[in-house]
Design a binder for this molecule. Structure first.
Ligand code: PEP
Ligand code: MN
Length: 410
């Protein structure tokens, strides 16, 4: 067993190599180029990620042309009908470059649907044969790798819960030694850039040259509109340290359908190389991640509404994009905090009303403001900014509490 309690996946003690010859390794590499070229309307051509590239901060981007890779498909392969119908519909959307489908699902709690396993691979391969879409699935153990290769899976991804565990990552890298299949590495659940980089290094050392990153957001302890907080600056920094394509998994960042459009646009604006979006022929009936999956029709709409800007080149733009992303995250946090502060203030208003206390207590307010100004100065902030910001916040609180006092609600 792994030592990650949340993983809930059995680990293998050993792995028997699948026996891929050196010719087929070369073939695989060729296939990666075809994989991302053939179905790409913009002619994206990823260059292989070489040994030095992974260490070079300032080498050219892995994708030489414009246009994103779109990986779409269900969170989980559930039935033959479900995956075939979804794949058929997706294959009619020209922007879709790859079909995803989860076969082994890492679930937080036992007894949840854990994927169809090998039977799911039979259906996924059938979907590939019927539509011509290349297929990609998640692997977490050497047995998964062995089975995925057996069923002609074209590319693999490593999930966020697996990347947190270097033992698991190393086992997967060992299992893939000599098999240069395209490998997409999701960020670990925790915002730990070095852990993410370490996973790339393990696969690189095992000889894999076609590596790409998937940003799926990070676990976050504060309230947030996202399922996983994006922290855009982390994937941007990864691409500055490693010359690898970056795909944004907007579905697992958002956790709901409503935020997908704006988040996908933001990812493109920050110069992502592609998107992963979960699609299901009947999203509301999905056995996993029902709230965030969309129909192929909705995906078509979403893609049509996106503005694909010409890809910014050079590190200056990427640096700036990372910093802008950080500002956006901070603003989003500020807004959440303001909303929480207002909520607490309203609770105080209710309390004051019940106990006949006046709304404004001037002495307390003066002391609070003086304390904030002092703290702000320590932090290098101008006192005028502190006074203006807190006066405005205080004023809004008084207005909210006055409304409560005047209203006849309890
Ligand atoms: C998934 O892609 O369905 C998945 C489980 O993702 P993550 O590892 O990002 O949670
Ligand atoms: Mn999912």
């Amino acid at each position: 067993m792994t030592n990650d309690m949340h993983l809930g996946i059995d680990e293998a003690d050993s792995y028997h190599s699948y026996g891929v010859s050196s010719e087929s390794v070369v073939g695989c590499e060729q296939e990666f180029h075809n994989l991302l070229n053939v179905r790409h309307p913009y002619g994206v051509s990823p260059s292989p990620v070489g040994t030095q590239d992974i260490k070079q901060a300032d080498s050219s981007p892995a994708f030489t042309n414009e246009g994103p890779i779109i990986i779409a498909g269900p969170c989980s392969v559930e039935s033959e009908d479900q995956i075939l119908a979804t794949a058929q519909a997706l294959s009619k959307i020209p922007e879709v470059t790859m079909l995803r489908g989860g076969i082994w699902k890492p679930r937080t709690r036992p007894d949840a649907f854990e994927g169809r396993g090998e039977q799911g691979l039979v259906w996924l391969r059938e979907a590939k044969q019927e539509t011509g879409l290349p297929i990609i699935t998640e692997v977490a153990t050497p047995e998964h790798v062995e089975l995925a290769l057996k069923y002609d899976v074209d590319a693999l991804w490593i999930g966020a819960r697996t990347v947190v565990n270097p033992f698991s990552v190393q086992q997967l890298a060992d299992a893939l030694r000599g098999v240069d299949i395209p490998m997409f590495i999701k960020n670990p659940v925790s915002p730990d850039l070095n852990l993410w980089v370490g996973a790339f290094e393990r696969f690189q050392k095992a000889g894999l040259t076609q590596l790409a990153a998937i940003h799926r957001g990070f676990a976050y302890y504060k309230e947030s509109p996202y399922r996983n907080f994006p922290m855009w600056e982390i994937p941007i920094e990864l691409t500055q340290r490693l010359n690898v394509p970056l795909i944004t998994d907007v579905s697992h960042i958002c956790g709901n359908r409503e935020l997908l459009q704006a988040t996908a646009q933001k990812a493109l604006d920050l110069a992502t190389d592609g998107l992963m979006i979960e699609c299901h022929i009947h999203p509301e009936e999905a056995l996993t991640d029902a709230k965030q999956q969309i129909t192929p029709e909705a995906l078509k709409q979403l893609l049509a509404n996106l503005t694909f800007r010409s890809k910014q080149s050079g590190n200056v733009e990427r640096d700036l994009a990372g910093l802008r992303g950080e500002i956006d995250d901070i603003d989003s946090e500020l807004l959440q905090l303001l909303a929480r502060r207002m909520e607490v203030s309203a609770q105080i208003g209710e309390y004051k009303k019940r106990n006949n206390v006046t709304v404004v207590q001037m002495d307390r307010w003066k002391k609070i403001l003086a304390d904030h100004v002092a703290t702000g100065i320590d932090l290098g902030l101008p006192d005028s900014l502190i006074v203006e910001v807190f006066e405005a916040i205080h004023q809004a609180s008084i207005e909210r509490q006055s409304c409560i006092m005047e209203g006849d609600n309890e």
